[in-house]
Design a protein around this ligand. Structure first.
Ligand code: CA
Length: 430
């Protein structure tokens, strides 16, 4: 639902918010922060500040009905509330931050963003990862099966697997290089050693709102009612461990060592103007089964989000160089299945989904050469390394590399909103 909170002309009295690349007043993402020595609290990003929503609620400046959920240390209770109640939070916060008469009352609850620490937004019960980026699936498939890159199920089933929730961390957390079983094609036996082909995967993470019981499903027409919002997700991947372990049950330790997310939840309400038509399936592709097909979802189920990835090696940072952009593309060009289809498919066997569950989209590579969402694709399995401005080369990530995912929702007539960075620096193995 698009309303006055999406008006491109809306202006905030918070210094710097109107021109802010990520967090103008049209965004109002939700997350968890703490000030030094204090408990975790629910906040929202506005410009270069974090608004303390628990504090604003305690001061009686936000709807009374939200007060218990806003006093929690995760977003789970808030996103168990119905969508109408949740929208009252967005409307009330928007009113506080746009009305100059509220500046005196609200300002004590704004903290400089650099002065707070950000945390996981939800207590994450379960994490699953999909594979809906069709160009990524094709690029990877070609490395193994040049003539037949996509398997026959791909256009019928949103392919996914169950990931690991315990090792999800927010942007900025160090990324220790994993160790694992590696068997090079030339070797007779595997060894247990530090990963030598460490990669990233550019993904969006879909957060689930609300709960349903085992044995129930989510009709495709209701799927967006169950989407709390979206963050960036880096599914760090150990390609050499993956190549040895993945058959026949799929990736396991090559993925579960760490997943990084951006800490702010860009809410479904904030994303409303950026929901666009899903690109038509190419001529000859099968139609999805009826339980995965909805005309409204096709009309408004894709996301107009530009995604990019940057890399800065330790040597680049030491010489004061800016990061190198590795790729730039869009979510709507990359995703063969919509976020709604992902959610509906996940529950279509009767599996219960709960508030704070996280569903990764899979690597979002576009059709253009400069829009590939992993080094495995960019370097074509290590055959074509990337040249860095220092003269260094990268087929895969080295210790000290800082890898950052970026996202901006953009559409003509609306103020662009950003996700904030999803960053990690690779550390040497223990
Ligand atoms: Ca993945």
């Amino acid at each position: 639902m698009i309303d006055h909170t999406h008006d491109a002309a809306a202006s905030s009295w918070v210094e710097g918010a109107d021109g802010h690349g990520d967090f103008p007043v049209q965004n109002l993402p939700l997350g968890i922060f703490s000030r030094e020595g204090e408990m975790r609290r629910i906040g929202s990003a506005i410009g270069d500040y974090v608004a303390d929503l628990a504090g604003l609620a305690e001061a009686g400046l936000l709807p009374h009905v939200l007060r218990p959920a806003l006093a929690e240390q995760t977003l789970n209770a808030l996103f168990r509330l119905d969508a109408v109640t949740r929208r009252t939070l967005r409307h009330a916060l928007f009113a506080l931050l746009t009305d100059p008469a509220q500046q005196g009352a609200v300002s004590p609850w704004l903290y400089p963003a650099q002065s707070v620490e950000l945390h996981l937004p939800f207590a994450i019960g379960d994490y699953s990862d999909f594979y809906v980026g069709i160009h990524h699936a094709t690029n990877i498939g070609k490395l193994f099966r040049p003539d037949n890159p996509l398997l026959p199920n791909y256009k019928h089933v949103p392919i996914g697997y169950h990931g690991r929730a315990s090792s999800i961390r927010v942007s900025g957390a160090p990324v220790p290089r994993p160790k694992g079983q590696i068997k090079s094609p030339q070797a007779d036996q595997p060894t247990y050693a530090p990963c030598r082909r460490l990669d990233y995967e550019l993904e969006l993470g879909i957060w689930i709102a609300g709960d349903h019981a085992l044995g129930q499903t989510i009709p495709i027409g209701d799927a967006w009612d169950r989407i709390a919002g979206v963050s960036l997700l880096n599914d760090w991947s150990a390609r050499d461990i993956q190549a040895w372990e993945y058959q026949p049950l799929g990736p396991f330790l090559s993925k579960s060592f760490l997943t990084t997310i951006s800490p702010w939840v860009i809410t479904a309400e904030a994303l409303a103007p950026f929901r666009v038509a899903q690109p038509a399936r190419p001529e000859g592709d099968p139609a999805p089964l009826p339980h995965l097909w909805d005309a409204q979802d096709q009309a408004r189920g894709a996301l107009s989000i530009t995604l990019s990835v940057t890399l800065a090696s330790a040597a680049m940072r030491e010489s004061g160089m800016g990061p190198l952009e590795l790729s730039r593309g869009t979510a709507q060009e990359a995703m063969y299945w919509t976020a709604g289809q992902i959610v509906t498919h996940h529950a279509s066997n009767g599996c219960d989904l709960h508030t704070g569950d996280l569903l990764g989209t899979g690597t979002l590579s576009g059709p253009a050469p400069g829009s590939k969402g992993s080094l495995m694709e960019i370097s074509q399995g290590g055959q074509h390394p990337v040249n860095l401005p220092t003269g260094e080369q990268r087929s895969f990530l080295e210790d000290g590399d800082e890898l950052t995912l970026h996202a901006r929702a953009m559409r003509e007539g609306y103020r662009a909103i950003g996700f904030g960075p999803c960053r990690g620096v690779v550390q040497q193995a223990w």
